[in-house]
Structure formats: structure tokens, C-alpha cells
Design a protein around this ligand. Structure first.
Ligand code: 13P
Length: 250
């Protein structure tokens, strides 16, 4: 089955509104004839600015997280209702920086996944093992558990709005990329897990992105693998010079 490639830029905690606007404008121009699916996820503070630029283009607007509650006394949090109001279409959840630095557990991430889907967002659910877990031979088990927990209670219909991003923690921002073969092995495994729970057809349709030091010079080898259907890009997403060649790989 041929799946559409989905190339996403996670801008993390970078860029003022003016800087974000500059990058968004360049991307909209340079990707307008691009043949893949595209997303940019700026900081909350730049969502409105970037949203106005990408509106009605082929670049989707993403948020990097969302609160687990709809609204209320949650100082510092941002709700699904507020993201919807800004035109956000996709929410990234369970990023390794949320899991490891901010101690988000699978139960919390699952709550966010279900809330975001209930409000009509697409979700990118990130999973991935640490170096210790990989060295202990636990990469598959960790990714399986994060995938199953993250999707617990998600219907087959809602699964169509979910992308899984495999981001090995040891490859994020380190310049170390998983080899295409190692990444492919985990992607294939995740697809098998999804097939077991949701059936083969849903599993074949699922987009599984790879993330972790994706660069213009390694994207094509990664995307050539059967079960790698896109990229979630951090550092190289911060400049059009590096993001555009990734987004236009062929
Ligand atoms: P890098 O591309 O900087 O390794 O970051 C990957 C990532 O965390 C994307 O969400």
C-alpha cells in the first residue's frame, strides 16, 4: 500500500513571532508545489502569527502539546479549545522532551490523545526508547508499550487521525541518526502491534514518521524504507535551507 509521506517541523522553544513568520512565509512559497503532506509546529506564542500565514496552504498548523483538561484552573497550560480557536489542526503529544524532562507518563499522554481526538485534531503520538533501554534490548518493548498506552481507548475510526512518530531519544538533537535498518525494524514492529489491535488494514494505512537528527543528506535513505512514512524534524526544521530539501526529498 502506498502511504503519503508526512514531513513535519517541530520548532520546539525557538523563534520570536517575527522569526517564525519569516520562516513560515518562505516555507509556504517553497513548498507550494510539494507532493508530500507538511506541518509546522511553532511555539504557542507564534501559533496565531504562523497560522495566518499557512492558512489555506498545503502546510498544516501544529501545536507541540496540549493540556489534558478542557479548561479550568491549570496555570501555565493551554487547552484544546484555545488551540482550536487559533486554527491548529494537529497536536504533537508524548514528545520525548515532555516524557523525560517534564515527566509526562503514558496515562497523561493517553488522556491528551483522547481529548485532542475528541475535539477533531489530528495527533502525532511520539514514542521511542532511551539509549539504556536500547542497549538492554528493550527498544521494541518500550515502543510497543508507549504505543498501546498512548492509544488506549482510541477507536479504529479515530486511529485514522493518528500518526505515530518513532523518535529514539538517543538520536534527538545529538546528530546520531538511527540507521535506516534499525529505524525500519522498529517501524515494522510498531505496525505489527497496530495490526494486532486494529487489524491489518488500519495498520497499513497508519503513517509512521521517523524523528531524530533527520537532515537533507539522510532523509532519502530513511524514507526509502517500506515502513518509514515521513519525518518529524527538529533542528533542521529551523531553517528553510535545511527543511525545504528534507520536505522535497524524492
Ligand atoms: P532533531 O531533528 O533536532 O534531532 O529533533 C528531533 C525531534 O525531537 C523532533 O520532534
Amino acid at each position: 500500500m502506498s502511504r503519503q509521506y508526512f514531513i513535519a517541523g517541530n520548532w520546539k522553544m525557538h523563534k520570536t513571532r517575527a522569526e517564525a513568520a519569516d520562516l513560515a512565509k518562505t516555507l509556504v512559497l517553497q513548498l507550494k508545489d510539494g507532493k508530500h503532506k507538511y506541518l509546522v509546529a511553532p511555539s504557542f506564542t507564534s501559533l496565531e502569527t504562523v497560522g495566518a500565514i499557512v492558512k489555506d496552504t498545503n502546510v498544516l498548523l501544529g501545536a507541540q502539546d496540549v493540556a489534558a483538561e478542557e479548561q479550568g484552573a491549570h496555570t501555565g497550560e493551554v487547552s484544546v479549545l484555545q488551540l482550536k480557536d487559533l486554527g491548529v489542526q494537529v497536536v504533537i503529544l508524548g514528545h520525548s522532551e515532555r516524557r523525560h524532562t517534564y515527566k509526562e507518563d503514558d496515562a497523561l499522554i493517553n488522556k491528551k490523545v483522547k481529548l485532542a481526538l475528541k475535539h477533531g485534531f489530528e495527533v502525532i503520538l511520539c514514542v521511542g526508547e532511551t539509549l539504556e533501554e536500547r542497549e538492554a534490548g528493550q527498544a521494541e518493548v518500550v515502543c510497543e508499550s508507549q504505543t498501546l498506552w498512548g492509544l488506549s481507548g482510541v477507536s479504529a475510526i479515530d486511529l485514522a487521525k493518528v500518526t505515530i512518530a518513532y523518535e529514539p531519544v538517543w538520536a534527538i538533537g545529538t546528530g546520531k541518526t538511527a540507521s535506516p535498518e534499525d529505524a525500519e525494524a522498529i517501524h515494522a514492529y510498531i505496525r505489527k502491534v497496530i495490526a494486532r489491535v486494529y487489524g491489518e488494514e488500519s495498520a497499513q494505512k497508519l503513517i509512521i514518521q521517523y524523528g531524530g537528527s533527520v537532515k537533507p543528506d539522510n532523509v532519502a535513505q530513511l524514507m526509502a524504507k517500506e515502513n518509514i512514512d515521513g519525518a518529524l524534524v527538529g533542528g533542521a526544521a529551523l531553517k528553510s535551507d535545511t527543511f525545504v530539501p528534507i520536505a522535497q526529498f524524492s
